[in-house]
Design a protein. Structure first.
Length: 260
């Protein structure tokens, strides 16, 4: 029997919270969460780069079980890439998970599937876990192209990745039209796409990899929508943007996921 997948709730703070605010947010979140919550759920926080060292110090200093994450990185270890951040630097700060291919990076900063793939492999090379975001735009959804779009992003993102690497990865299904808009996919729609992703993983690798890989839903997740999402067979957690900035709301999402 394969191990049951542990839910993963990830907070993507985007470009919000300076390092003082980040310290306060992490401390409050830790205080709000009962210790036993981590027995059944993993929780990652993804602060802006300038906050990471401060958040790392707080997490380690207070022996918190929160997982430190990042939102993005470059694919090279070092070099003439003004303004970029090396995955090696993140690994040195004990960053464990890195979001890659977020739709804001794809749409605003022009990251294409090939760029996402080299970053993803760089993250794996440094023994960090990529959270690969895939998702369709509203126009693609309305044209009935959700699955085609999501599965092509998935396939390109996983180019050159081995089964044992994929098994420990996280895929985040994030419909672009649901991110930061207050619109959220129905649980049935989220389940259908997450199930298609898992089937594609089984076809590309094998059943064991598909059973192990974690698939999150992201897009305006709030405490009020968490229970029905977590009840979906192929939804193993959530990538939470706006609601993760409020420790009370984020803690409630985590508690609900822990008891799902
Ligand atoms: C995100 O940033 O990945 C996200 C899903 O944002 P929000 O929850 O605000 O829609």
């Amino acid at each position: 029997m394969p191990e049951p997948r542990r839910p993963l709730i990830s907070g993507n703070w985007k470009m919000n919270l300076n390092h003082f605010e980040a310290i306060q947010a992490v401390q409050k979140l830790h205080w709000l969460l009962p210790k036993d919550v981590y027995e059944t759920v993993d929780v990652s926080v993804h602060p802006p780069f300038t906050d990471i060292r401060s958040v790392q110090t707080v997490i380690q200093g207070d022996s918190m079980e929160l997982i430190l994450g990042a939102q993005h990185c470059h694919h090279d270890d070092s070099g003439a890439f003004t303004g970029e951040i090396s995955p090696a630097f993140l690994a040195k700060l004990d960053v464990k998970m890195v979001i890659v291919g977020h739709s804001e990076r794809r749409q605003i900063f022009g990251e294409d599937d090939a760029t996402v793939n080299v970053k993803l492999r760089a993250i794996l090379k440094h023994s960090m876990t990529p959270i690969l975001c895939v998702g369709e735009t509203l126009a693609e959804r309305e044209a009935g192209e959700t699955e085609i779009r999501v599965l092509s992003q998935l396939s390109a993102g996983l180019d050159g990745v081995k089964a044992e690497q994929a098994a420990s990865m996280v895929i985040a299904y994030e419909p672009v039209w649901a991110i930061g808009t207050g619109h959220t996919a129905t649980a049935a729609d989220a389940q259908a796409v997450c199930s298609a992703i898992r089937s594609a993983i089984a076809a590309r690798f094998d059943a064991a990899t598909a059973a192990a890989i974690r698939i999150q839903y992201g897009g305006s997740v709030k405490a009020g929508t968490t229970e029905e999402l977590m009840a979906c067979a192929d939804v193993d957690g959530a990538l939470v943007g706006g609601a993760s900035l409020d420790p009370d709301e984020f803690a409630q999402i985590i508690r609900l996921a822990a008891s799902s």
